[in-house]
Design a protein around this ligand. Structure first.
Ligand code: DC
Length: 226
């Protein structure tokens, strides 16, 4: 069986940064499932499909082909060959992604696309339901949490680095609304799997979180080679 490590949790807990570090150390593939939902939201807004048009939304969901590239220094997200890495990181796209993600039929289309990323030697998959629904047999499941204040500050910093301006109070509000929608939805809500290891990253730097995660990996897979 090809090994999978899942990293779930709300936005701004550092899932993406942790996944990237782990996939590089392990030499595995990665799936940023949030980017898949964001790519869908991006396509839907580009093609101007109404959120009421279920058939149209499903057509877009079926048509998207997302790839993750990483040369060890820089990672990018391609949608049907186009680099959309920065275009999908706005709060508007995040909010639309979260709204579309509440639909059972859209999730069903994206479920198989997500499982198709599983390739030897292994996969690091991050999102909201990686450990509960998409890869329930994963060898290691991590669920990240952090205070909303810290998550908002991290998001603000990330956006600034990408040249996107945002206001902290507004960001906090959007993050809280998104958490609420993602965890209260009926279909595959965000929650830790029963066998998940919960890591609170409040007050921790990325290196500290990576080191905690690597300890968990070593207990499952043996000593890591750096
Ligand atoms: O992690 P993110 O902020 O890039 O995700 C954007 C939205 O996509 C998130 O608010 C909810 C949705 N999502 C989901 O429903 N299931 C996943 N596995 C990943 C993301």
């Amino acid at each position: 069986m090809i090994p999978v490590i899942t990293i779930d949790g709300p936005g701004g807990t550092g899932k993406g940064s942790l996944s990237l570090r782990l996939k590089r150390t392990l030499g595995w593939f990665m799936l940023d499932s949030g980017a898949l939902y964001r790519a869908l939201a991006f396509s839907v807004s580009e093609r101007d499909v109404s959120s009421q048009d279920e058939k149209g939304l499903l057509e877009v969901a079926r048509s998207i082909n997302v790839e993750f590239l990483d040369d060890g220094l820089q990672s990018s997200v391609l949608l049907n060959g186009q680099d959309i890495s920065n275009l999908i990181r706005t709060e508007d796209i995040g909010t639309l992604a979260s709204k579309l993600a509440a639909s059972a039929s859209i999730r069903a289309v994206l479920l198989q696309k997500q499982r198709d990323f599983l390739k030897s030697p292994g996969l690091v998959a991050d999102g909201r339901d990686m450990g509960t629904t998409v890869f329930p047999d994963a060898a290691l499941k991590i669920f990240l949490t952090a205070s909303i204040e810290e998550r908002s500050l991290r998001r603000l910093k990330q956006l600034k680095e990408k040249g996107i301006t945002a206001r902290l109070a507004r960001l906090s509000q959007e993050i809280a609304e998104r958490d609420n929608r993602d965890s209260k939805r009926e279909e595959s809500p965000m929650r830790p799997a029963k066998d998940a290891e919960i890591l609170d990253t409040t007050g921790l730097g990325l290196d500290e979180v990576v080191s905690l995660a690597e300890k968990l990996i070593e207990t499952r897979f043996g000593k890591l080679q750096h």
